[in-house]
Write a protein that binds this ligand. Structure first.
Ligand code: SAM
Length: 278
């Protein structure tokens, strides 16, 4: 069977390199190259961009990114078994794919990338949220990336785009929406993956805004939001009392009723609260 890029179909790649999926590495592979190209397209025009991909596995999404015109792809993969399959892709796209074997939580990709940079990945579920929080909370803004196009479990994707009043609304929503536009752009059923996971997935697209929507010190905002949602069922005057001995009047000055719960507070009011506490 021929493919869009002349490389073998992914089922063949997996069989010939004996890439049986390992649960501990969060391995649920995408084998349909039309689907991986569609995911790559959600990242926008990649023709002038370097792309950081975490967890390429057998390379389905990597091939999608390259076929869709990414200038260069830097792929960080923990599982050494995937390297020969990725090397075949690098040969088919000379000078456009660099693979680093290692843990994405440990490797610093920046020395290997030139701006403008997009991040696109079908993330391993066990490190996906941690990576997202790191990308959303760099020391300086704007961050090194312009867009993040990321596959998550559907439930995590919904937490990223959630609005106040929704039970999915929490720390992830505030951190993501404070300085990004965030949208769910594609839903995928378990059957899209091999092996099929238990739950549905979704692709989230985040675009970094040049400036935060409302002024606030990032460290103070992170602390306020983490504390508020840590005890999300409590009224804020109780949940936040460790942050100030006068928390009721601080909340009032920020335009927040002290009897409200974190889930009801808008991004704008959280930023006002962070300013009052700074
Ligand atoms: N991109 C491939 C696809 O869409 O078919 C594979 C996605 S699979 C959900 C996640 C991939 O991340 C696996 O290949 C796994 O080995 C890799 N991985 C898991 N933990 C990792 C880590 N800490 N750093 C880098 N890669 C990791």
């Amino acid at each position: 069977m021929s493919t869009i890029d002349g490389l073998p179909p992914l089922r063949e790649v997996i069989a010939s390199h004996d890439l049986r999926a390992r649960k501990a590495l969060g391995q649920n592979f995408l084998l349909d190259l039309n689907l991986t190209a569609k995911i790559a397209r959600q990242a926008g025009d990649l023709s002038g961009m370097d792309v950081l991909e975490i967890g390429p596995g057998p390379g389905g999404l990597t091939r999608g990114l390259l076929a869709e015109g990414a200038r260069r792809v830097l792929a960080i993969e923990k599982d050494a078994r995937c390297l020969p399959a990725l090397e075949q892709i690098a040969q088919a796209y000379p000078g456009r794919l660099e693979v680093i074997q290692g843990d994405a939580l440990q490797v610093d990709p920046l020395a290997h990338l030139s701006p403008p940079i997009a991040v696109c990945a079908n993330l391993p579920y066990n490190v996906g949220t941690e990576l997202l929080v790191r990308w959303l909370t760099p020391d300086d803004w704007p961050p090194f990336w312009q867009t993040l196009t990321l596959m998550f479990q559907r439930e995590v994707a919904e937490r990223i785009v959630a609005q106040p009043g929704n039970k999915a609304y929490g720390r992830l929503a505030v951190l993501a929406q404070w300085r990004c536009e965030a949208r769910i752009v594609l839903g995928l059923p378990p059957s899209a993956f091999t092996p099929a996971p238990k739950v549905a997935s979704a692709v989230v697209h985040l675009r970094a805004l040049p400036e935060p929507r409302f002024p606030a010190d990032p460290k103070v905002l992170e602390r306020v939001v983490a504390t508020a949602f840590n005890q999300r069922r409590k009224m804020l005057r109780a949940a936040l009392k460790g942050l100030s001995p006068e928390i009721e009047s601080v909340l009032e000055r920020a335009g927040i009723e002290p009897t409200m719960r974190a889930e009801q507070v808008s991004l704008e009011r959280f930023c006002a609260l962070a300013r009052e506490l700074a």
